[in-house]
Design a protein around this ligand. Structure first.
Ligand SMILES: C[S@@+](CC[C@H](N)C(=O)[O-])C[C@H]1O[C@@H](n2cnc3c(N)ncnc32)[C@H](O)[C@@H]1O
Length: 266
């Protein structure tokens, strides 16, 4: 609660910013009312999963979930409370559509919904998604196959082992960290992934207000020497490494959540 209140007090609506860079990010990426045909089949898949009767054996590998604790979990519950929301998936879609990252890395596949949003956004981009749970990987890759998507490499591994297996020539342009939400793990993944992020790379951290540890990790990483700009939102944070973008650290909130900041009264 304290973290959320602090975010709310610091956040500014689009009507309080003057940077063309931030305006572009808002208009092209954070605005989730842009609509693409792919959303129909992606959301149909989400609904199917939300009414699935399948169960998955689960051994917790990361910091875990606040809402899901059982060792046998129903797919429908995971689809309802354990994956990125529609809005966040649309932001992922917009981001890939706009920046056109050639190589994308996702930590935390789960049912593959966020993965498939990125895969649909740009068929030429190659997405590598990593997940420890073999049953989830099988389900996610079956979903990709059904949608005819061939640009995803599903890797069943711990994030830690996957990093160790990376070759020096591997470079990612966009990384989405959505698993093992703890201060230590997030900072470790960040440090260990540094040699594999391109000069103009973008990193998205999910659930930055989920716990004190995650918020501390966010605060720590946005001050990293490679970070040129950061955008904090209610649920996730974006870090931009490109030295050509302005050196800006912005805390974003939708204008309807701070209606007095729509520019009419100031
Ligand atoms: C929040 S879910 C990912 C949701 C997915 N990105 C989406 O929005 O559709 C996080 C996943 O990360 C996996 N995970 C957590 N810690 C891990 C680790 N250390 N290595 C591999 N997978 C891990 C969990 O099994 C879980 O399925």
């Amino acid at each position: 609660m304290k973290i959320w209140v602090s975010y709310y007090l610091r956040a500014k609506t689009i009507y309080r910013i003057h940077s063309p860079f931030l305006y572009e990010i808002y208009a092209q990426i954070l605005r989730v009312d842009r609509y693409f045909y792919d959303f129909v089949k992606l959301e149909k898949l989400r609904s199917q999963l939300q009414s699935s009767s399948q169960t998955i054996n689960f051994i917790e590998f990361g910091a875990g979930s606040k809402k899901l604790k059982d060792t046998v979990r129903s797919v429908n519950k995971i689809a309802k409370v354990g994956i990125s929301s529609i809005d966040q998936c649309r932001v992922l879609f917009n981001l890939v559509d706009h920046f056109k990252p050639a190589q994308i890395l996702e930590f935390g596949t789960s049912l593959g919904i966020s993965t498939l949003y990125m895969a649909c956004a740009r068929k030429k981009s190659k997405i590598t998604t990593v997940e420890i749970n073999q049953e989830l990987i099988a389900l996610a890759s079956a979903n990709a196959k059904e949608m005819g998507l061939k640009n995803v490499d599903f890797v069943c591994s711990t994030f830690e082992d996957y990093i160790q297996s990376l070759k020096a020539s591997q470079i990612f342009d966009f990384i989405y960290l959505d698993g093992n939400h703890s201060f230590e793990a997030t900072c470790n993944y960040w440090e260990q992934l540094q040699p594999f992020v391109s000069k103009s790379g973008i990193i998205m951290l999910d659930d930055i207000h989920w716990s004190e540890g995650m918020f501390l990790a966010w605060e720590h990483l946005k001050k990293h020497e490679r970070v040129q700009a950061s955008i904090e939102t209610q649920y996730f944070g974006l870090l931009f490494l490109d030295k050509n973008v302005p050196n800006i650290h912005h805390v974003h909130i939708e204008y309807w959540k701070k209606p007095w900041q729509i520019g009419l009264f100031s």
